[in-house]
Design a protein around this ligand. Structure first.
Ligand SMILES: [Zn+2]
Length: 234
């Protein structure tokens, strides 16, 4: 087993990454499994594509700060816009955490977690939103969802946000490569996260740091377990 460096945990290095396209990178150790899954899906007329793979600490920090400052919108689980006007800093932090991870605690930092879609199931001019309805039985990506539920585990993948457990919303597009992800998950260190956030320019810092243990318990560690039939590392 490779040891995971703090920089890898926090999304502050790209040394372990493989670029799938110009803007999408994944963990090198997941490349083969992902390619096998892509080719199996192709046989069933589904074109698997990554909407988002590795995301750096700085990028996540920018996404976070844009939401906190109101530059980009925040949605609730029903897809409605959240008005931040009357929220306390801590309430605002919680409303962002439903869909966006804290910089330093995003599973996308690892490279072995991906958001997936199937462009061939979408109309040409369709703009993917990564919203639950798109992946529901009535949505355009229903066929993809059904395929992943049936087959992803055969390639080592599972859904850490398979259902809402009081923390992060259900994310039927987010897949995790279990053989690597479980190592990162075990290496998570709330002290390291706290130190890193303290040194960063994150908005809402005080509310976050004061409640970091609660946030870790409710959002970061509160993920769905991999199914027992997920394939084991060779
Ligand atoms: Zn994701």
């Amino acid at each position: 087993m490779q040891t995971i460096s703090p920089a890898q945990l926090l999304g502050q290095t790209e040394a372990h990454l493989h670029y799938v396209s110009e803007r999408v990178a994944i963990h090198q150790g997941m490349k083969d499994a992902f390619e096998l899954m892509v080719s199996a899906a192709k046989d069933d007329a589904i074109e698997l594509k990554i909407a988002s793979g590795f995301r750096s600490f700085d990028r996540q920090l920018m996404l976070w700060n844009n939401k906190f400052s109101g530059k980009t919108s925040i949605k609730n689980s029903a897809g409605d816009l959240v008005s931040s006007k009357h929220l306390s800093p801590l309430e605002l932090v919680h409303s962002i955490l439903l869909y966006s991870a804290l910089p330093g605690a995003s599973r996308h930092h690892w490279g072995c977690d991906i958001d997936i879609y199937a462009p061939n199931l979408l109309a040409k001019d369709y703009q993917l939103q990564l919203e639950p309805f798109e992946y529901s039985e009535q949505g355009p990506l229903a066929k993809l969802s059904a395929w992943l539920v049936k087959h992803a585990h055969q390639f080592g993948f599972y859904f850490p946000y398979a259902r809402f457990q009081g923390g992060v919303a259900k994310e039927p597009w987010h897949l995790s490569y279990w053989p690597l992800a479980q190592q990162y998950q075990q290496a998570f260190d709330v002290e390291l996260l706290t130190q890193t956030l303290n040194k960063s320019a994150i908005l809402g810092k005080q509310a976050i740091i004061e409640n970091i243990d609660d946030i870790a318990k409710r959002y970061i560690n509160n993920v769905c377990n991999a199914p027992t039939n997920v394939i084991l590392p060779k």
